[in-house]
Design a protein around this ligand. Structure first.
Ligand code: PLP
Length: 455
């Protein structure tokens, strides 16, 4: 960045708009994750694999709205489905049951081994929240086990040790829950059992020690969308949670439809008790869903013997009923976009092509870093990966200490100037519409970015 606090001389309009936004929006962004120093790039247009900022710069987009846009921007099939749905129904939303809710549920049940029933939410956050409440209601226990470095949405219960300062985070084998935000009641710190990822021995010890109190274990099967759980680790987790009466929750908000049509549970051949979905499921619209085994999912069923309005207030007669509501749950337009997205993914060869393309980009990037004498590995699963500047093995949050984050950051800022878009330090998500030419351009830009940084 230059002396005027610009990402480049060609991003002045973005900087001006950011300044203007800061007067009416705290910090100038509507989500913490959208913040980039010295200013975010304010986007104006997009099509396919490309995104354009207000200064008219073109970028190949690997952020893809944090992985949500698996078919890139403005996919014809998805847009058409949204238009058709609004036209056919004559409205954007009924606020009552409608047919698409069943169609999508049947689709998810068909694709996800661990899903027998489905409820909808409006975000991934709400889906993990509902899954946790369900686990607590079902087991009658009040503690939650989660992994250090795993993100499940921005709320008190899970905003613990996502990206903790290691000075405060305790020993490797028994990490401490560190709040990621001000305003998180101590209650959640006390009621969270923090676990080290890919360390079965420590996990077993901690789960056994607290088994009588732990309602559920929530995890990203692929941490941050790029660090996969080891197969034996996953097998161990499934066995232990079953034995100890702990509800196993897979947060597949990132991995759903991205590591395979049936998510990580299909990839690992493991059936969780509950699954949280989001992102790709909404085809670019806000969405979430929770699915799972019938016996757990029925916890959210409305008890017919009581009026819906008393749900949540009347505790007699509903030992295991979880209140779940939402004005926009199962939104028809969103489900139409999601179904169209899945339909395209289901076309023969689409997933394979996507994975082949991602592998190709990873291999070419590894080669270009090697050529410039930089130690680098790509770490990922199927259509998502990250660029890690170390040759140490990366199996969990603490292993990322080996990664040369400063160098990566410098390269990422150069990449922005060279028309490659991902948020600095973020992972890469591929889409079905990235072309061979995009891949070539991306690899060339990395070579140039490395040259500039090393000089
Ligand atoms: N869980 C995981 C694994 C996620 O990656 C995210 C979002 O990045 C969420 C939950 C929260 O989803 P949302 O942003 O839709 O609330």
């Amino acid at each position: 960045t230059d002396s005027k606090g610009l990402i480049s001389e060609n991003t002045k309009m973005s900087a001006e708009l950011f300044e203007k936004a800061g007067k009416v929006i705290p910090g100038g962004v509507t989500a913490h994750i959208k913040h980039i120093a010295p200013h975010p790039l304010v986007m104006e247009k997009a099509k396919g694999s490309k995104i354009y900022d207000v200064d008219g710069n073109e970028y190949i987009d690997y952020l893809l709205s944090y992985g949500a846009l698996i078919h890139g921007h403005g996919h014809e099939h998805v847009q058409q489905a949204v238009m058709n749905q609004m036209e056919t129904d004559g409205t954007t939303i009924f606020g009552t049951p409608h047919k698409l809710e069943i169609t999508m549920a049947e689709k998810l049940i068909d694709l996800y081994p661990g899903i027998d029933m489905v409820r909808y939410t409006n975000s991934g956050l709400e889906a993990t929240l509902l899954a946790i409440s369900t686990a607590m209601a079902y087991t009658g226990k009040t503690k939650l086990a989660k992994f250090e470095g795993h993100y499940h949405g921005g709320y008190d219960q899970v905003l613990l040790s996502v990206n903790p300062d290691l000075e405060q985070a305790g020993g490797e084998e028994a990490p401490q829950a560190v709040p990621e935000s001000s305003g998180i009641p101590e209650y959640y710190v006390e009621n969270t059992i923090m676990l080290p990822f890919n360390d079965l021995e420590s996990v077993e010890r901690l789960l056994r020690k607290h088994a009588n109190e732990i309602s559920g274990l929530i995890m990203e099967p692929v941490q941050g969308g790029f660090i996969p759980a080891e197969k034996e680790f996953m097998d161990g987790i499934r066995k232990l949670t079953e034995e100890l009466g702990i509800v196993l929750i897979f947060d597949e908000v990132k991995t759903g439809f991205r590591v395979g049509l049936g998510g990580a549970q299909e990839m690992y051949g493991i059936e969780p008790d509950l699954t949280a979905l989001g992102k790709v499921l909404g085809g670019g619209f806000p969405v979430g869903a929770i699915g799972g085994k019938r016996e757990f999912m029925m916890t959210t069923a409305v008890d017919d013997s009581r009026d819906i309005l008393t749900a949540g207030a009347d505790n007699t007669n509903k030992k295991q009923s979880v209140f779940h509501s939402g004005t926009y749950n199962g939104h028809p337009t969103v489900l139409a976009a999601g179904l169209a997205t899945i339909n395209v993914l289901e076309q023969t060869g689409t997933m394979d092509d996507l994975f082949t393309k991602t592998r190709k980009l990873r291999e070419k990037l590894e080669a270009v870093y090697q050529k410039h004498g930089l130690t680098m590995q790509t770490v990922g699963a199927s259509s998502i990966f990250n660029i890690i500047l170390t040759d140490e093995r990366i199996l969990n949050y603490r292993d990322m200490e080996h990664h040369d984050a400063n160098l990566r950051k410098e390269i990422d800022y150069e990449l922005l100037k060279l028309g490659i878009y991902t948020k600095p330090m973020n992972r890469y998500s591929m889409s079905t519409v990235h072309s061979d030419e995009d891949i070539e351009q991306t690899v060339t830009a990395h070579g140039e970015a490395i040259r500039r940084v090393l000089n």
